[in-house]
Design a protein around this ligand. Structure first.
Ligand SMILES: Nc1ncnc2c1ncn2[C@@H]1O[C@H](COP(=O)(O)OP(=O)(O)O)[C@@H](O)[C@H]1O
Ligand SMILES: [Mg+2]
Length: 340
């Protein structure tokens, strides 16, 4: 697929989401913009608390007080989801845009059998023109279960009879039940053991390939991301610092924070120590002027404290918000640390 022929399916523009606290607003998502293209898997990464889940919930307009969407647009087929009324939004959720929320497997209803929970999703979306008769419902649910690699007997089981990985796959079955064009999976493989993580990840990929959906995978396991996604979006403290193809992100990450994330991927032959001190962070209610990463950046310059870097495409398939990259007269970018 050439870059020009890609069709955007979801576009987030300058989204800002704050949480009100007695000491001021936490800037959980502070002006993020990105595009999800048809058929691609986008990995959204960054350390815990950087705003990934808030962004996911914001895209589906599921933010509740003390949170609020301050500004921005979420475009799907030219329609701004943030402007839709609750009724229209309810129609869209699951059917066009489905979220497997963080911790989904623990929020399955313990008193309902698996098939009842999947039925609920399907029924909520019955309309006059689109009804599911009972005789079709069971085969449909069995088909969904087999899609996510679960045996037929799961149909009648209760959540407590299932392992973590199986529960997570039930959640994926619910997300794909109405054939949405976009699925957002928030930490779907976290809190599972390594083998099960791989199984769940493969389930997501297979479902994606079979159904041709576009996907945003949120997670912090960079090793898993490397194998699963097409492009990586790196968030730090509510902002996007880099967006790159998986090749660029792993071979030559540009942002100092992306470099730390990649360096922290453990390999057996080479164990690299973390280069950046943890804990020197700013107050999320009072982000610094200039670059969001300045307090932890080993390469911080005077300019970084003055001026927030804009995100620019420093080479095809790689955009970074960092003053270390300076545009040359011929249009290319140079790392200011390289002496000419
Ligand atoms: N209900 C809330 N009230 C106040 N702050 C919140 C609330 N929920 C999340 N936050 C803050 O918003 C930031 C982003 O959180 P979150 O989106 O859960 O991050 P992630 O999913 O990347 O771990 C964090 O600083 C978190 O403490
Ligand atoms: Mg989260």
């Amino acid at each position: 697929m050439t870059r020009e022929s890609r069709t955007p399916v979801l576009e987030v523009r300058d989204l800002r989401i704050y949480y009100e606290t007695p000491k001021g607003d936490v800037h959980a998502v502070d002006g993020i913009s990105f595009v999800l293209y048809q058929g691609e898997t986008l990995g959204l990464v960054g350390e815990s608390g950087c705003g990934k889940s808030t962004a996911a919930m914001g895209i589906l307009q599921l933010i509740t007080p003390p949170g609020r969407i301050v500004s921005g647009q979420v475009l799907m087929d030219g329609v701004d989801l943030l402007k839709l009324d609750e009724r229209t939004l309810r129609q869209m959720r699951w059917s066009r845009l489905a979220l497997v929320p963080q911790g989904a497997m623990n929020s399955l209803n313990p008193t309902m059998r698996v098939h009842q929970q999947i039925e609920d999703v399907i029924r909520q979306h019955q309309t006059k023109t689109k009804t599911f008769d009972r005789s079709q419902l069971k085969p449909r649910i069995l088909e969904l279960l087999s899609w996510v690699g679960l045996p037929e007997r799961v149909y009648d089981m209760y959540p407590h009879e299932l392992s973590g990985g199986m529960k997570q796959r039930v959640c994926i079955a619910m997300a794909v039940a109405l054939h949405p064009g976009v699925i957002i999976a928030d930490e779907s493989t976290s809190a599972l053991d390594v083998v099960v993580q791989r199984v769940v990840a493969q389930t997501l990929l297979r479902v994606k390939a079979d159904l041709g959906v576009s996907m945003i995978m949120i997670g912090h396991d960079m090793g898993l991301m490397a194998q699963m996604v097409d492009r990586i979006v790196v968030m730090y403290a509510g902002r996007i610092v880099e967006i790159a193809t998986v090749e660029h992100a792993f071979r030559n990450p540009a942002h100092p924070y992306s470099q730390v994330l990649i360096d922290s991927v453990p390999t057996i032959s080479e164990r690299k120590p973390l280069k950046i001190t943890e804990g020197i962070t700013h107050d999320p209610r009072n982000p610094p002027h200039g670059c969001i990463f300045q307090l932890r950046c080993p390469f911080v310059m005077e300019r970084c404290r003055r001026e927030a870097p804009q995100r620019r495409e420093i080479r095809p398939g790689q955009e970074v918000a960092c003053h270390l990259y300076e545009q040359q007269p011929d249009g290319s970018y140079r790392d200011v640390r390289d002496t000419a």
